[in-house]
Design a protein around this ligand. Structure first.
Ligand code: GDP
Ligand code: MN
Length: 398
């Protein structure tokens, strides 16, 4: 689960991580009071969307010389004017895709005087099986470009989970950033706080770009991006409360209410499968035969008829779906339950695209009989390969 920058800074601030003072606002009317509260003389007006690259982004329909999604301003009036301009507008960045994202929240921050910009991130490193810091002196810019052009400028510092963070990790980070003396001590203290926050809140990714050295010699996090491990959210109700559903895929939110493992994809073939492995194989074989899946969907091992119905409705509600492939290997899941769920869903929402159903396993004959007897226009398939070819052919023919 992702959160907004201001929420990420709130979480980090709770661990004593140095961040700027700021006020989040939801309407232009709140801008002036927020600016006065912070005092100035320099403010930064920051668009809050779940995407990076805001500074270099552009607003749809704005003048070519208009500024991006992060603006440094020098008066209360300018804060108010820029807030009014940005709120409700659609910001397009390298990460939003061409459709962009509507800005519904702003973060007004006190401006910092920047002497140097660094990059710092933390992630769960599969290679070492632990948390690692990734740091670079090349902050404030596109880190992917740095990794590509000058990989030697990126330093990875793994932390052994058995020892946790040790002073030597902080020294390694300071050295990689070229810091010494008091600033190296600050880097060590920062690493400790970030590690506590990362592990304490079950983060999967934390990115500070830029981490800056201010003109008066203080390390400060000017940007913050956090992804939390969804599997651990049950023990962090404070983090769950930060969820902004307007930033998420509506179909994925609906699926999560039914406890379905659903991920929206770009293609045209809607898939309903039981078991993550079979679901992955189904996506692969659809691609093999030249089409693209519209989603990943694992209805799980012990799905009920209601759950199957909900899953089918989510798939059919997607306007990109030009055909549906139901691929079930009944182990714990019974084929007749799937068949009844599919029929209930079709009766409820109708069916305007081709539907291929492949059933195998427990109660397969009963399941097939239910579908045959339903009078629905279902294309039956015998195995995965047959099913994939049939749905691809049906979609291409349509
Ligand atoms: P991003 O473009 O989405 O990554 O948004 P950032 O929060 O990183 O802001 C973009 C850029 O704005 C930063 O890299 C900084 O150069 C600049 N910026 C952000 N906050 C301040 C500030 O307080 N003072 C100054 N002078 N520049 C800032
Ligand atoms: Mn940034």
């Amino acid at each position: 689960m992702n959160v907004h920058e201001y929420q990420a800074k709130g979480v980090l601030g709770g661990y004593g991580v140095p961040v700027s003072r700021g006020v989040a606002i939801f309407s232009a009317g709140e801008a002036e009071a927020a600016a006065r509260e912070l005092g100035g003389p320099v403010w930064v007006v920051k668009s809050q969307i779940h995407a990076g690259g805001r500074g270099k982004g552009t607003f749809k329909g704005a003048a070519p010389d208009a500024k991006g999604g992060v603006r440094v301003v020098r008066s209360v009036e300018e804060v108010a004017r820029n807030a009014a301009e940005m709120l409700g507008a659609t910001l397009v960045t390298v990460q939003t895709g061409p459709a962009g994202k509507q800005v519904n929240r702003l973060y007004i921050e006190e401006g910092a005087q920047i002497a140097a910009e660094f990059y710092l991130s933390m992630l769960v490193d599969r290679a070492t099986g632990g948390v690692a810091f990734v740091v670079s002196t090349e902050g404030g810019m596109d880190i992917e470009a740095v990794a590509h052009d000058t990989p030697e400028k990126i330093h990875t510092i793994p932390v052994d989970p058995a020892t946790g963070l040790m002073p030597h990790h902080g020294r390694a980070i300071a050295k990689a950033l070229g810091l010494s003396g008091d600033q190296a001590r600050q880097a060590g203290a920062l690493a400790e706080k970030l590690y506590a926050a990362f592990t304490g809140k079950d983060m999967s990714l934390l990115e500070i770009n830029p981490l800056v050295l201010t003109a008066d010699g203080q390390l400060k996090c000017l940007d913050a991006k956090i992804s939390f491990d969804s599997n651990a959210l049950y023990r962090h109700p404070d983090i769950v409360a930060l969820r902004d559903e307007s930033e998420e895929d509506a179909k994925e939110i609906e699926a999560s209410k039914h406890d379905l493992a659903y991920i929206a994809l770009e293609g045209t073939i809607g898939c309903m499968v039981n078991g993550a492995g079979l679901a992955m194989a189904t996506l692969d074989i659809i691609k093999l035969y030249g089409e693209e899946p519209a989603n990943f969907l694992d209805v799980g091992g012990g799905a009920t008829e209601e759950k199957v119905t909900a899953a089918f409705q989510i798939i059919t509600a997607d306007p990109n779906v030009k055909g549906i492939l139901v691929n079930i290997f009944g182990g714990i899941m019974k084929c007749d339950v799937i068949a009844r769920g599919v029929i209930a869903a079709v009766k409820a929402v109708g069916l305007s695209v081709p539907l291929v159903v492949r059933l195998e396993g427990t109660n397969v004959e009963e399941g097939k009989a239910i579908i045959r007897g339903s009078g629905l226009n279902v294309i039956p398939a015998d195995d995965l390969d047959d099913a994939a070819q049939k749905i691809v052919a049906a979609v291409k023919g349509a």
